[in-house]
Design a protein around this ligand. Structure first.
Ligand SMILES: [Zn+2]
Length: 249
């Protein structure tokens, strides 16, 4: 596999990063990434994943854009209200970078369809606003050994961790019981944008094998006080999702 002259120019500045180069760029070009939810997290995340040049991007969202999404879901503009988020995103992302194959999936992720909807990918990014679906994705990723970059936000706060099955805790280890669901989460658009950037950083690191991923650590951000804090999170050998996996290793 080689990179065209236009790709070499497009990605010039990131390939200057030490240990990236053409090799790192080729790894990205063969990578498949799924973005589960094209909302406040998924919109900026999918823009940066497209700009960085992943080979294939799978955008999953069942909803259409509404006016009250537009403060944070930056791929949705006024003219897109009433259109499916995944389809609008695909059109705009392809216009940004035609080298990336973008697939839009208009569906709600369920236990029954998660295999078909996400499929065989290298990384999944959490763009969800509910825990029920996050835990479905977590279980799918653990079962299929797919890294899952979790993020969740509220107002000016958020948390994230990177789950690499077999190497650290899964989401269920960290949250043995489902946290309460919030129907309408308050949110400043800049908060999911911050976390989406960090999620893409993690995805790129995992794909290019650069740096140290946020495995076994949870990053908490308090934007009101502008405090960033990382705490250790541990595997639970009794975890209902990854407990067996850990015993095998
Ligand atoms: Zn677990």
């Amino acid at each position: 596999m080689s990179l065209s002259s236009s790709e070499l120019e497009f990605y010039e500045r990131q390939m200057l990063i030490s240990s990236w180069g053409t090799e790192g760029q080729k790894k990205l070009k063969t990578a498949k990434v799924a973005v589960a939810g094209i909302g406040g997290l998924g919109c900026p995340a999918s823009i940066y994943l497209t700009a960085v040049g992943v080979g294939k991007l799978i955008l999953i969202d069942k909803e259409k854009f509404e006016l009250n999404n537009l403060n944070r879901q930056i791929l949705g503009w006024r003219k897109d209200i009433g259109k499916f988020k995944a389809e609008v995103a695909k059109e705009k992302l392809e216009a940004l970078n035609c080298e990336v194959e973008v697939k839009s999936v208009v569906a709600e992720i369920t236990k029954e369809n998660v295999h078909n909807v996400i499929g065989n990918v290298d990384v999944v990014l959490d763009g969800q606003d509910n825990w029920k679906t996050r835990f479905i994705i977590n279980e799918y990723c653990v079962t299929h050994s797919i890294p899952f970059v979790h993020a969740g936000v509220s107002a000016l706060h958020g948390q994230m961790t990177t789950i690499v099955p077999g190497k650290g805790p899964c989401l269920r280890c960290v949250f043995p019981k489902d946290p309460p669901e919030v129907e309408k989460i308050p949110v400043l658009g800049a908060t999911p944008a911050l976390f989406a950037s960090l999620q893409v950083m993690e995805a790129v690191k995992l794909i290019t094998r650069m740096g140290k991923p946020l495995v076994g650590r949870m990053l908490f951000v308090n934007g009101e006080e502008m405090v960033f804090e990382t705490v250790e999170v541990k595997r639970n050998v009794e975890c209902s999702v990854c407990g067996n996996l850990q015993k095998e290793k």
